[in-house]
Ligand binder design. Structure first.
Ligand code: ADP
Length: 331
């Protein structure tokens, strides 16, 4: 259920994306702060500060970037860190920027170093020197860029070099959503899809969505399939429960990687403490993936604790796996 989005899902996601800050559900503080930044910029007829959004995937970073452009009535240009491997890639993008544009850079922490340096000059001075050629014949051609706004998205703000991070005037950390917010997101999506969903069903889907709107919408889609094929098309509590059980969605929303990490932690390492690198090897994943995707959610649920000596499973984690915790397991 946590895999990357395919083309069908992308179309589905776009159809459900909130278009304005008022339509955005949850993240009240971020919404209020951002509204202020944008309103002030509009009132002064200036481009707003650059915005950095950080948080796990599926929490609304792309959505917010689109909303920023929409509220400013500005065109949005989309790119991503992995697409900018050379400073020249970025120079090409910057040379096409018009005044007031919003440039969204997803996975901004994955740009190459030289591109990062070029970007922070552009963000600061709206002017960069593009080096053409190599060796003694190389020349620097100044490129003037009209005022524009960068919206950067990253899974972890800490992965960005300090000088680049400092160029963002507004930084927002998105956190996992509360079940009540996810319930509202499911109901909003159901309305847009013309799907009848009972209140206890939307609450059930919301609470099994791993704190993540993208997953809430994804589960709603699975439940809709089930309702259409095995029931009369409407989603009541029994239909929602049966569909989610069929797809083996954990009642707390844990996905395969979350469960693998907990499993390894308890079964292979006796509940820890164990280093993150060792833990990642045990689940055959990159350290970053475990650190950025699984860990924050497990910490949030109170299943995993980070200690100076390594990661430790709490008593609640043992219980969730249906195992009895060894004496002395944290609570
Ligand atoms: P990210 O860029 O952080 O990976 P997206 O912005 O692509 O996440 O959001 C994923 C999906 O979740 C989108 O379809 C969007 O409609 C939905 N979504 C995200 N945040 C919200 C929200 N606050 N309210 C309603 N829907 C949301």
């Amino acid at each position: 259920i946590a895999e990357a989005a395919g083309p069908q899902e992308t179309a589905f996601e776009n159809a459900l994306r909130p278009r304005t800050l008022d339509e955005l559900i949850g993240q009240e503080r971020v919404r209020e702060q951002l509204a202020l930044v944008l309103d002030a910029a509009v009132a002064r007829d200036r481009t707003p500060d650059h915005v950095l959004l950080s948080g796990p995937p599926g929490l609304g970073k792309t959505t917010i970037a689109m909303i920023i452009a929409h509220q400013l009535s500005a065109p949005l240009r989309l790119t991503s860190g992995p697409a900018i491997q050379h400073a020249g890639d970025l120079a090409a993008i910057l040379s096409g920027v018009n005044e007031g544009d919003v440039l969204f850079i997803d996975e901004i922490h994955r740009m190459s170093r030289p591109a990062e340096e070029l970007l922070y000059m552009a963000m600061e001075d709206f002017r960069v020197d593009v080096v053409v050629g190599k060796g003694p014949g190389a020349t620097a051609i100044p490129l003037q860029i009209p005022p524009f706004t960068v919206v950067g998205a990253t899974t972890r703000a800490g992965l960005l070099p300090g000088p680049l991070r400092d160029r963002f005037g507004f930084t927002a950390q998105l956190d996992y959503y509360e079940p009540a917010d996810l319930d509202r997101i499911v109901r909003r999506s159901a309305d847009l899809l013309d799907l009848q969903v009972s209140a206890d069903a939307s609450a059930e889907i919301g609470s099994r969505s791993r704190g993540t709107p993208r997953i809430a919408n994804r589960l709603l889609r699975r439940v809709r399939d089930y309702a259409e094929v095995r029931a009369d098309g409407t989603v009541d509590h029994a239909v929602a429960r049966a569909a989610l059980d069929l797809y083996e969605v954990d009642h707390l929303g844990l996905d395969r990687l979350d469960r693998a990490v907990l499993d390894a932690l308890c079964r292979n390492f006796g509940g820890g403490p164990v280093g993150i690198t060792t833990l990642a090897v045990a689940v055959a994943e990159e350290r970053e993936t475990v650190e950025e995707l699984a860990e924050p959610f497990l910490v949030r649920l109170g299943f995993l604790a980070r200690t100076p000596r390594g990661r430790v499973a709490t008593a609640a984690a043992w219980r969730h796996l249906g195992l009895s915790a060894p004496p002395g397991a944290g609570s």
